[in-house]
Design a protein around this ligand. Structure first.
Ligand SMILES: C[S@@+](CC[C@H](N)C(=O)[O-])C[C@H]1O[C@@H](n2cnc3c(N)ncnc32)[C@H](O)[C@@H]1O
Length: 179
């Protein structure tokens, strides 16, 4: 059902979604595993929420997860997740500092390679301040931009997804947690 909804929205907004289908279970799990130990998490471009649900499964009771999603229909899916730790914001991820002042991890499904250079840099600068950044991509084209912002970058390949995906696992020694 969510895959159909996703495909329909892709036909309407291809550049905003960047892919025809939502992340599969294995990819969502691999992304969510990376938030282990975090308590204030921000998710950018949460879509219909496959990664959101897995992150919530791993967070402690006292944690918070704030999701930014620009597509109103996807926000309705996210709002149907019944969890007091979750806050859904229907706005541009680049404005996340207006809503959240701290984060110890930023998880992103944003199609950053389709963003213009300025918007991409704005997102990477926000993510860097959290100190920990997990970014989903379908190519490695973003490597150079990401390495300029983070002192440690690991690339994980997740082949069992359509399309096969890469995860950038990034940490920055200059973390301040304040967005
Ligand atoms: C590749 S999809 C990933 C969706 C979901 N995280 C997943 O893994 O299935 C990218 C998502 O980013 C959202 N998006 C694109 N630009 C955005 C922006 N500037 N601010 C917030 N969300 C945005 C799209 O609407 C879409 O839901």
């Amino acid at each position: 059902m969510n895959n159909l909804r996703f495909a329909r929205q892709f036909l309407l907004h291809p550049k905003q979604l960047g892919t025809l289908v939502q992340s599969g279970r294995m990819l969502a799990n691999r992304m969510a595993d990376e938030v282990e130990g975090c308590v204030q998490v921000v998710e950018l471009g949460a879509g219909t929420g496959p990664v959101t649900r897995e992150i919530l499964r791993r967070l402690p009771e006292s944690a918070s997860l704030t999701c930014f999603e620009i597509n109103r229909e996807f926000c309705r899916c996210l709002e149907s997740i019944d969890d007091p730790r979750l806050r859904v914001v229907n706005d541009d991820a680049a404005k996340c500092e207006r809503y959240v002042d701290r984060a110890d991890c930023v998880v992103s499904g944003l199609p950053l390679t389709l963003f213009d250079g300025r918007a991409r840099e704005a997102i990477l600068a926000i993510a860097r301040r959290s100190g920990r950044f997990i970014q989903l991509q379908y190519t490695t084209a973003l490597s150079r931009d990401i390495r300029r912002h983070f002192s440690d970058v690991r690339l994980k390949f997740v082949p069992l997804n359509f399309p096969p995906a890469f995860l950038y696992i990034c940490t920055c020694s200059c973390k301040v947690h304040v967005l």
